[in-house]
Design a protein around this ligand. Structure first.
Ligand code: MRU
Length: 436
């Protein structure tokens, strides 16, 4: 894995006045970068773990590097994870499996790679779906020449990347129809372009509705503890020129109570057959608040997020993450020394590679060279050493609090058992991939 500097937009984007032929403001979604893509036999992705203050493009030339990026949340968000999984298999096909001539060795290797990719994170079904869709293609061609199977796998991976944006644009279209003019919308986590190959799901709805003149304002929950809202969603909205403001998660009730929210729109990591929705921790509380205030609560997700293999949310495995996410804060920056003495000092510090400072109270700082400058990645503790911590990354919102589920194939409404089953028919969802 290597990385190169990618200049991210400075989060100002085009102003509302710049866009559109008439006076309707236009979301400058095209100012956003692609999230993850295939280039010159490698998988490239924006490193989301450090956005928006550092914008690097990571380059992966083997599937294990993609697994590492998924675990470290360089790539995250359910649909983007589906794409990452498919492209990780493609890397194995292109680089390692080219030299395999024995079919049983090929299929055995593929099984292992798929299992390894699926083990990176448990909750977002899209990750499993992306890997399983690749395995399904290979299995359905068993008995054919390995060269043909490899070619089919590469084609499938590229299709998964392309389909993702097309699906999101359809979600945007269907979702925008549900919003009234001048809506004030609240969103949680990042279900934006960065959570997909491009365009986003919940933010896709917001971008589309903004183009239709329906969005007055977007409230962005910061989304403790990893701050996807504060770091990623605000950056996307500002880059696209959509008016927004950052609030802490605990302010949602205040906003709803004061009439400042007309609709809540979030994404999803897994939707059970009965419409229960797993999404970023804090989503459940928002849904109850919205219910109490009579505010519609919309979930925007592709059909690849629907898991008809599970009947309700109790079967969804919730990922628990590192307590350090809760007890401290990570930060990153690039230091360009202005005077030669500082340069000398930093050169000496990093002469043998990355230099790690273990500070008192457990604060950490990692210094590494970056072009002519130095990358500094820090973690600062704010909770007492040894405090017990619980860090579930997702929660499950019961279907009864979900007003509608917006997919690329249309909008599902209660009774979700029926509407989700109908929408998912022939969708190549996880239930159609003959899991063994
Ligand atoms: O832990 P993350 O950042 O991968 O969690 C992401 C979310 O919970 C998103 O809301 C969800 O994946 C929908 S993304 C379109």
């Amino acid at each position: 894995m290597s990385d190169e500097t990618h200049e991210t937009q400075d989060a100002q984007g085009s102003s509302a006045e710049e866009g559109g032929e008439d006076s309707t403001p236009t979301a400058g979604v095209d100012n956003l970068p692609k999230t993850i893509w295939w280039e010159d036999g490698k998988v490239r992705m924006i490193d989301q773990s450090r956005l928006p203050l550092v914008g690097d493009v990571l380059e992966c030339d083997n599937y294990a590097a993609v697994c590492w990026a998924i675990k470290g949340m360089a790539v995250r968000g359910a649909p983007a994870l589906g794409v990452a999984a498919a492209l990780a298999v493609a890397l194995w096909v292109e680089h390692q499996a080219t030299y395999i001539n024995d079919p049983s060795e090929f299929f055995g290797g593929l099984e292992e790679v798929v299992a390894e990719i699926k083990a990176t994170r448990p909750t977002a079904v899209n990750l499993h779906w992306g890997a399983e869709r690749m395995r399904h293609v290979a299995n359905s061609l068993e008995g054919n020449e390995l060269a043909d199977i490899r070619a089919a796998l590469m084609k499938e991976a590229f299709e998964i990347v392309e389909e993702d944006e097309a699906r999101n644009r359809m979600i945007g279209k269907h979702g925008a129809e549900l919003l009234e003019a001048n809506s004030k919308v609240l969103t949680h986590c990042n279900a934006g372009s960065l959570a997909t190959a491009f365009f986003g799901t919940a933010l896709g709805v917001i971008f589309t509705a903004f183009d239709e003149g329906k969005i007055e304002h977007v409230w962005v929950d910061e989304t403790r503890p990893v701050l996807q809202g504060a770091r990623l969603t605000t950056w996307e909205l500002m880059t696209a020129g959509v008016p927004c403001a950052l609030v802490t998660d605990s302010m949602a009730g205040f906003l709803m109570g004061s009439g400042a929210v007309d609709a809540v729109i979030v994404g999803a990591d897994r939707i059970a057959a009965n419409g229960d929705v797993a999404n970023k921790i804090g989503t459940y509380s928002l849904a109850i608040l919205a219910h109490e205030h009579g505010i519609p609560f919309y979930v925007a997700a592709p059909t690849s997020t629907i898991d008809l293999l599970i009947s309700d949310g109790s079967e969804i495995e919730i990922e628990h993450r590192d307590p350090d996410e809760v007890t401290g804060i990570t930060w990153s920056g690039v230091y360009e020394p202005a005077d030669p003495v500082a340069t000398q000092a930093f050169e000496a510090l990093t002469a043998a590679g990355q230099f790690e400072l273990e500070m008192q109270r457990g604060h950490k700082m990692l210094v590494s060279r970056k072009g002519g400058a130095y990358q500094i990645d820090g973690w600062a503790r704010f909770a007492p050493i040894g405090v017990p911590v619980l860090n579930p990354a997702f929660d499950v919102t019961p279907a009864k609090y979900v007003t509608a589920i917006i997919t690329e194939r249309g909008v599902a409404r209660p009774d979700y058992e029926m509407s989700l089953a109908v929408l998912s028919m022939g969708s190549k969802g996880i239930h159609e991939l003959n899991l063994s």
